[in-house]
Design a protein. Structure first.
Length: 371
């Protein structure tokens, strides 16, 4: 180190060691999986993807890879993680293959991290970028968000097979679009006036990502398997993860994800997808920026996003979230959790109290009133 100079060393878990993408990527990946583990845990959850996972297991077994199937009983939660860790140890598991949606992928990454095993992620939708990131969200057995956990590395292998992903309902891609778009609205706020080149590049990449999704999102939903669909699906599941890895801690989630976390505290919202709650959270964040930050551009952005989200079938107001009959006490519960100490919401450049968030939450209902 040069005398008189202060050096800040930052660790970046930027990307999976290997990413295989395209139609037929799963078959292409089987040989690589065999070099990573001979006795992997094949983790899944949803009954909707049960047959798909059965085929994945058959493919692995035919290649001489003795996989051991296991299922989550809940979202990514400590009860499941403890049970699965005991199972993995008893079965001499040497890798974790997580095949499913974001919560399955999070559980697989966290389980592998705790057992010091390599992780392979196989997203079965483009609903989140969880297959890419060195991060896992933990929920209660009932589905309420509890905390996020930073991991030391991204997955060893990410397999983004277009044919597998295309089988998912269109709703999952719409959710992924909303979650990916939040990267711009949150990172551009949390990065502040950072002079870090990687952070600046990540934020600008998030802006380009938003523009692409605005331009091609609806076309992708209407034409599964098309070039537009491929670009949008990969943008939502891959590029969004790269932005988070490149920008690191300075490209944090802000109010949009904090609102998501608050909404998960209500049982009425447990049927919603992650990105559906995050998308609504983006509209609430923009309302906060408009009202408390006196940012008129935020108001313009909200008025632009609301009809776009509607076109994608995303909820833009409390009624569409299933909260038309929610009590004031329930909405206060959402806001109290979103504003708790240490919440990402406090990365906004102005103070926000629970009452402020409640006002923004309710006033964001203009999304319904202006329909």
């Amino acid at each position: 180190m040069l005398s008189g100079m202060q050096t800040l060393i930052q660790g970046h878990a930027i990307a999976p060691a290997t990413v295989l993408r395209g139609p037929g990527a799963w078959q292409e990946a089987i040989t690589a999986i065999g070099t990573i583990g001979k006795r992997p845990l094949l983790l899944g959850r949803s009954a909707a993807t049960g047959r798909l996972r059965q085929q994945l297991a058959i493919d692995l077994l035919q290649a001489g890879i003795n996989c051991q199937p296991a299922e989550l009983e809940h979202d990514c939660c400590e009860d499941d993680l403890g049970r699965l860790a005991d199972f993995a140890k008893a079965q001499n598991i040497d890798a974790v293959v997580a095949a499913g949606g974001g919560k399955v992928l999070d559980a697989g990454k966290l389980l592998a991290f705790r057992l010091n095993l390599p992780c392979i992620t196989v997203p079965t939708s483009a609903a989140t970028c969880a297959g890419w990131t060195a991060l896992a969200n933990i929920y209660s057995p009932e589905g309420a968000f509890e905390k996020d956990v930073a991991l030391k590395r991204c997955p060893e292998l990410l397999i983004f097979d277009h044919q597998l992903v295309q089988q998912a309902p269109a709703r999952t891609l719409a959710s992924g679009i909303a979650d990916a778009m939040a990267k711009w609205y949150e990172a551009s706020v949390s990065s502040g006036s950072s002079t870090d080149g990687l952070v600046q590049q990540a934020v600008q990449q998030a802006r380009v990502l938003r523009d692409q999704l605005l331009l091609e999102g609806q076309q992708a939903l209407e034409n599964p398997g098309s070039d537009a669909w491929i670009r949008v699906a990969e943008a939502s599941a891959l590029t969004a993860g790269l932005i988070g890895g490149l920008g690191g801690a300075r490209c944090r989630t802000v109010a949009a994800h904090a609102v998501h976390n608050g909404l998960t505290q209500l049982a009425a919202c447990h049927g919603l997808l992650h990105g559906e709650k995050v998308g609504f959270g983006v509209l609430v964040q923009l309302r906060l920026e408009e009202q408390l930050g006196d940012n008129q551009l935020a108001g313009q952005a909200r008025r632009q996003l609301t009809p776009f989200f509607r076109q994608l079938g995303l909820p833009v107001c409390l009624e569409e979230l299933g909260l038309a009959q929610a009590s004031l006490q329930e909405l206060k519960q959402v806001c109290a959790f979103a504003c708790r100490e240490g919440s990402d919401l406090h990365h906004l450049p102005f103070e926000v109290a629970a009452d402020d968030l409640l006002a923004a939450l309710v006033s964001s209902n203009v999304g319904c009133l202006t329909h």
